[in-house]
Design a protein around this ligand. Structure first.
Ligand code: ZN
Length: 184
């Protein structure tokens, strides 16, 4: 068993204590792992419970703003439900957001037949963006660039699994590493 004398200055991380401490909890530059169930008015859309919990870096726009707000100050073991309006989730639906793009601009895991209603990633100058296929042509597709969850009020059932201080490298990258996070 570790005694106080065994802990060197290097090993003592005050920030780590603050991230997991009751009354302080999740805040900027903490890495939290969470299990979530996401639903809208039609029912459950997504759940993390079949796999590893999701790891994210708090305060770096890794997750939607409403969820980040709700998680602030929480500690491991906390469970809660939060309803998030579109303005703090994926925004409102913008009309006229349909455009014709080359199939080459889509980031496709497999070249299976594209179909109407399918959600795919489109390569844009601001990075990949999720779009919904409206019409499929031979070389082009018409896509709706609204986020698939735009205009929806979302309900998250959250379970905070763990909270720790971020490593300097994670802060530099702007995301969490390790299980449930980014792997390079
Ligand atoms: Zn990284």
């Amino acid at each position: 068993m570790m005694t106080v004398e065994d802990i060197t200055i290097e090993e003592y991380k005050p920030e780590e204590q603050k991230c997991s401490e009751q009354g302080l909890g999740i805040r900027k530059d903490c890495v939290a792992t969470i299990h979530y169930r996401l639903s809208d008015s039609t029912g459950e859309l997504e759940s993390s419970h079949e796999g590893d919990p999701m790891a994210y870096l708090h305060g770096h726009h890794n997750i939607i703003v409403g969820l980040e707000k709700a998680l602030t100050g929480k500690v491991a073991g906390d469970k809660f439900t939060v309803e998030i309006p579109p303005a703090e989730a994926y925004g409102q639906v913008i009309e006229g957001s349909q455009q014709r793009v080359s199939i080459k601009q889509l980031i496709l895991a497999n070249k299976k037949k594209l179909k109407k209603g399918q959600i795919v990633s489109l390569q844009t100058e601001h990075g990949p963006r999720q779009v919904t296929i409206v019409k499929v042509g031979r070389y082009v597709v018409d896509v709706n660039t609204n986020h698939p969850l735009a205009g929806k009020t979302l309900t998250f059932d959250i379970e905070v699994v763990s909270v720790r201080a971020a490593e300097p490298e994670e802060i530099a990258h702007g995301h969490a590493h390790g299980i449930g996070g980014h792997h390079h």
